[in-house]
Design a protein around this ligand. Structure first.
Ligand SMILES: Cc1cc2nc3c(=O)[nH]c(=O)nc-3n(C[C@H](O)[C@H](O)[C@H](O)COP(=O)(O)OP(=O)(O)OC[C@H]3O[C@@H](n4cnc5c(N)ncnc54)[C@H](O)[C@@H]3O)c2cc1C
Length: 406
C-alpha cells in the first residue's frame, strides 16, 4: 500500500494552505490555537468564508453544492484547516441532517434546507437523546400527534449541544406506540422559534455552557417538515449516527493537539532537561502518535467507502464507524491527559477569564499564562467524547456483534 501523497494531492494541499493563509481571519485562528473560547459568530463567519470559496461542504456531492472531493482531498482539507487553527465546521447541519435530507428528504425539503446549511444561514442542533433514552434511544417518548396538516409535539430532549444558538432542531419523535419501539419513531425538522419551545442551559464540568435541555409544549410543526415516511425514522436515525461517528474521529484536530503537546514538552523541563528528552514521557508521546497514525489510515479507508455514492444518495458508513469513534475519542482524551501532565501543577488552576481572547496573563503566575489556561478545562471537557455519539461501551458492543460476529 502506497502511503505517500501524489503530486496532485500535494498541489491540492498547497492550494488549501494558500487559501487558509489568505482568508482565515487571524483573530479567529489565534483563539483556536490558543484554546480560547469561540463565539457563535466565529463559526458562522468561517462557514461563510468557506462557502464563498465553494468549499462550504467538503463531504457533499457536487449536485448539492458540495466540493465533490474524494476521500484523500477531504482528509487533506481537514488536516490543513485544523493545523492552521480554523474553527471546526459544526457537524449538526453539514454532516448529520444534510446527508439525511439528501438521502430521504423530498426535493422541496432539499431545496429549502440544504442551501441554508451550506452558506451558514441556519444553525442546526440534534434532538435525539431524552432523559432515560440515551444508549437505549429507541425507548424515546417525545410525542408527535398528527392533527390535520401539522404535528403537535410534547416532551423533552436533553444534552442538546449548542442548542442555545440553533435556528432548527432535527428530532426523533414518537408517532406510534404500537408494535416494536423502533417502528413508532419519526424524523421531524422543527423551527426553534416555534412557540412552546424552551431551551435551558446545562453547565458542564469545565464550567462552560455547551449543552442544553430543550422542552416542547404543544409545539405545532407543519407536516411538510417530516422526513421520509411516518414511523420510519429509526432507519434515518441509524443512517445519521454512522455519519456522526465518522466525524467524531477528529484526526486533524488530534494532529494539531499532538503538535501542541510536543511544543509544550520541548519548553517544559524535567530534572533540568527538556521534558521531551525524558524517556518515559517520550514513550507516551510515541504511543499516542502511533495510535493516531493507525486511526488516520482507518479513517481514510472508511471515508473512501462512504464516498461511494448510490445515485445522488450517500451510502451510510457501516459499523466500522464505531472503531473510529472509540479510537478517536480515546486519543483525544489521552492528549489532554499528557498536556496536563507535561505542565504539572501549572495545569491545575481553572481561570475562567483565561479563555477570553484578550486575556494576557496573570502577573502573579507568569509561567501560567503561556500554555496552561485552557488545559484543565479541556481535560474535563474531553471526558464527554467517550459518552456522546453513542457511548464507547455501546460502540464496543456494535464492534463485537457486527464486525467480529461474536
Ligand atoms: C457533551 C455531550 C453532548 C451531547 N450532545 C448531544 C446532542 O447534541 N444531541 C443528542 O441527542 N444527544 C447528545 N448527547 C447525548 C449522548 O448521545 C448520550 O449521553 C449517550 O448516548 C449516552 O446516553 P446516556 O447519557 O443516557 O447514558 P446511559 O445510556 O444511561 O448510559 C450510562 C452508562 O451505561 C453504559 N451502558 C448503557 N447501556 C449499555 C449496554 N447495553 N452495554 C454496556 N454498557 C451500557 C453506558 O456506556 C454508560 O457508561 C450528548 C452527550 C454529552 C455528554
Amino acid at each position: 500500500m502506497d502511503l505517500n501523497f501524489t503530486a496532485e494531492e500535494q498541489s491540492f494541499r498547497e492550494e488549501v494552505r494558500g487559501f487558509l493563509r489568505a482568508k482565515l481571519p487571524p483573530e479567529i485562528s489565534r483563539k483556536v490555537l490558543g484554546g480560547k473560547r469561540l463565539a457563535k459568530d466565529d463559526f458562522v463567519r468561517w462557514q461563510k468564508l468557506l462557502h464563498a470559496q465553494g468549499w462550504g461542504a467538503a463531504g457533499w456531492p457536487a449536485a448539492f453544492g458540495g466540493t465533490g472531493w474524494n476521500a484523500v482531498q477531504q482528509h487533506i482539507f481537514d488536516e490543513e484547516c485544523a493545523d492552521a487553527g480554523a474553527p471546526m465546521q459544526l457537524p449538526f447541519g453539514l454532516k448529520m441532517v444534510a446527508p439525511v435530507i439528501m438521502a430521504f428528504g423530498n426535493p422541496a425539503q432539499q431545496q429549502r434546507f440544504l442551501p441554508r446549511i451550506i452558506d451558514g444561514t441556519d444553525w442546526w442542533c440534534q434532538g435525539y437523546s431524552e432523559p432515560g433514552s440515551g444508549s437505549d434511544l429507541a425507548s424515546l417518548k417525545m410525542r408527535a400527534v398528527r392533527e390535520g396538516d401539522q404535528y403537535v409535539v410534547n416532551g423533552q430532549k436533553t444534552w442538546t449541544t449548542l442548542g442555545q444558538h440553533a435556528d432548527w432542531i432535527f428530532c426523533l419523535v414518537r408517532t406510534s406506540t404500537e408494535g416494536r419501539q423502533q417502528e413508532g419513531i419519526s424524523f421531524l425538522l422543527i423551527d426553534m422559534k416555534t412557540p412552546g419551545i424552551t431551551v435551558r442551559p446545562i453547565i458542564m464540568l469545565d464550567g462552560e455552557h455547551e449543552i442544553n435541555e430543550v422542552w416542547f409544549e404543544e409545539v405545532k410543526v407543519p407536516a411538510e417538515n417530516l422526513i421520509g415516511e411516518e414511523n420510519k425514522g429509526w432507519t434515518y436515525a441509524k443512517f445519521l449516527l454512522g455519519h456522526e461517528r465518522t466525524g467524531i474521529a477528529g484526526v486533524g484536530r488530534s494532529k494539531r493537539e499532538l503538535k501542541k503537546l510536543k511544543e509544550i514538552a520541548r519548553k517544559e523541563t524535567s530534572a533540568g532537561r527538556p521534558l521531551i528528552e525524558d524517556q518515559r514521557f517520550r514513550d507516551r508521546i510515541a504511543q499516542v502518535e502511533l495510535e493516531l497514525m493507525a486511526l488516520e489510515i482507518t479513517n481514510l479507508r472508511v471515508i473512501s467507502s462512504d464516498s461511494a455514492t448510490e445515485g445522488e444518495k450517500k451510502r451510510a458508513p457501516g459499523p466500522e464507524a464505531s472503531i473510529l469513534k472509540v479510537k478517536g475519542s480515546e486519543i483525544q482524551q489521552m492528549l489532554t491527559e499528557l498536556k496536563m501532565q507535561a505542565l504539572g501543577h501549572y495545569a491545575l488552576p481553572w481561570l475562567d477569564e483565561g479563555l477570553d481572547a484578550d486575556w494576557s496573563g496573570d502577573a502573579a503566575m507568569p509561567a501560567y499564562a503561556d500554555h496552561a489556561p485552557p488545559l484543565s478545562g479541556q481535560y474535563f471537557n474531553m471526558r464527554k467524547t467517550t459518552i456522546y455519539g453513542g457511548s464507547n461501551e455501546i460502540q464496543k458492543n456494535i464492534i463485537s456483534q457486527m464486525i467480529l460476529g461474536l
